[in-house]
Structure formats: C-alpha cells, structure tokens
Write a protein that binds this ligand. Structure first.
Ligand code: SAM
Length: 277
C-alpha cells in the first residue's frame, strides 16, 4: 500500500514536527526488514520493536518476513491507518512517544530488537539511549540521516568521530548497509539517508574500572574540539589540571593530543588513571 495513497485517502499531509518523511521504496523496506531478521534466531521469542511506524511500509515488510512486531507511532492519525490495515493484523500497534516509552518493561529481560526509519529529530538520543541502557536491544537496524550514520561508524582521527561514536562502539558493532537519496521519500528530505545495523557485543569493547567516569571522560574530551585533550578535560571536568596531566601521561598519551585521536582503549586507560586520582 502506497504511503501517499494512504495519506491522501484520509486527507492527511506529512507533519514536519514529527519528522515525517515516508519511505516510498518497497524494495528498501524489504531490505531493512531482512537486515532486522538476520540477527534473530527465534522470531517468535525475540520481538522487534519498530519505532516510528508511519503508514506501515516497514511494519508490513517486517510482518511478511516473519517478525513478531510491536510498532510505536506518536501520531494518532497514522495509528488509525496502521490499525485499519489488514496486512498488519499480526503486529501490535502502540500509540506512544518513543522518547517516553518504557523500553525496559518491553524488553522484560528477554532478547529483543529495534528497527525503524527513525524520525530525524529524535534519532540521536534514541540510538544513544538504547545502546547505553541495561537490557537494551540486541540489535538496532535503523534508517538515519547519513551524517548521523557517519558519526556512529566513525573511526578515530576522522571529522565525524565524537562522543556518540565512542558511546555506541563501546557496546555495539556498527555496519553501514546502504544509502538512499531524497527521491525515495515523501516528502523529499534535504539530505541522504543511510541504513545502519548495530549489534550488541557479547562483551563491551573495553572494560574500564568505572563506567560512569569513562563516559564522563569521553564527553569531556570532545567538549572543546579545538582544544588539546588536557585543556578540554580541564575545562569540562571537575578535576585539577595536574591530576589530568599526570593521568594522560600515565595512560601513555600526550597532553597536546586532541580527543578525536583517542580510540576506545585509550579512553579506557585514561579513565582508569583518572579513577586512581
Ligand atoms: N516508518 C515509516 C516509513 O518508513 O515510511 C515512517 C518514517 S518517518 C521518517 C518517522 C515516523 O516516526 C513518523 O511516522 C512520525 O510520526 C513518527 N515519530 C516521530 N516522532 C516520534 C516519537 N517521538 N515517537 C514515536 N514515533 C515518532
């Protein structure tokens, strides 16, 4: 069912405030669904939470591929469309704001997954929150603004590398699947979109002694991107400059480096040195 036809039939127009850019490319929806199903060994037990179901393009592809789908949608007009679609009878449709949703209760300690063509305005906090949460999804297959996908996958020393890259890569492997231009959406967004597949690692990439401090150090290292690591940490953390310099040197790093040069192991060593004071 064509998203534009579904909207037109009800006299609806895409709403900018909800980041509504509907995917018009059925083949792409099926490709995303296949990627989401790829990591699922038991589709009955491992449920898929779709975020931002819209008119149901991806929801239908997920159901067809055999997933147990719960679809979240914030817009009541679209929830009405989703509930009327016969081909979505197999999916649970929930009207909810994903930023307020109780993901832990949904997961319930079981293995679960996320899929979605995510609203651009909420994609970054959602992906960051879902990766960091205890009992979070085993995998996230998401269509994102290309520059957000670049930040998730970025390697040290590249312009897109930042605290989001480190936070996500700590918990997940990141793979870019494919990119679509604006013409595949209605209405056309201004930028390209990329589908990424994040899969939770069995063990985090590094084991800092104090995870909360590790996260604080990472954020502080990128807080002042034009400054050196030592300066950025001194400005952003409530720790004396001498202690910071000592910790950087003890972690085998140079104080005049910039934060964007550090990989996950460097950050873990640095946080461990700072934990000792
Ligand atoms: N999945 C559909 C597709 O591929 O065509 C729609 C994608 S559209 C980019 C994003 C969808 O997320 C819209 O339907 C929008 O109403 C919904 N949305 C926006 N903010 C949301 C939020 N905070 N919680 C849940 N859904 C949201």
């Amino acid at each position: 069912m064509h998203p534009r036809a579904l909207l037109d039939a009800r006299g609806l127009r895409p709403k900018k405030r909800f980041g509504q850019n509907f995917l018009m490319d059925a083949a792409a929806s099926h490709r995303i669904a296949r990627l989401a199903l790829d990591g699922i060994s038991d589709p009955y037990r491992e449920r898929v939470l779709e975020i931002g179901a819209g008119t149901g393009a991806l929801t239908a592809a997920l159901v067809e591929a055999g997933a147990s789908v719960t679809a979240l949608e914030i817009d009541p007009d679209l929830v009405a469309i989703l509930r009327e679609r016969d081909d979505l009878r197999g999916a649970e449709i929930v009207q909810a704001d994903a930023l307020e949703f109780d993901f832990a209760a949904f997961g319930g300690g079981e293995t679960w997954h996320v899929a979605g063509n995510l609203p651009y305005n909420v994609a970054t906090p959602l992906v960051a929150g879902l990766t960091e949460m205890e009992g979070g999804p085993k995998s996230i297959v998401a269509m994102l603004q290309k520059d957000v996908a670049d930040r998730l996958a970025a390697r040290p020393g590249t312009p897109a590398y930042g605290s989001l890259s480190v936070a996500v890569q700590y918990a997940m492997t990141v793979e870019r699947a494919f990119t679509l231009g604006p013409r595949h959406f209605h209405p056309k967004p201004k930028v390209d979109s990329t589908v990424v597949r994040l899969v939770r690692r069995d063990e985090p990439a590094v084991r800092p002694k104090d995870l909360a401090l590790f996260r604080k150090v990472v954020r502080a290292a990128f807080a002042y991107r034009r400054k050196t690591l030592a300066n950025s940490l001194a400005l952003a953390l409530d720790i004396g400059r001498d202690t910071i310099t000592r910790a950087i040197v003890a972690a085998d790093l140079a104080p005049e480096l910039r934060g964007e040069r550090l990989d996950l192991n460097d950050f873990a060593r640095l946080a461990d040195e700072l934990a000792q004071g």
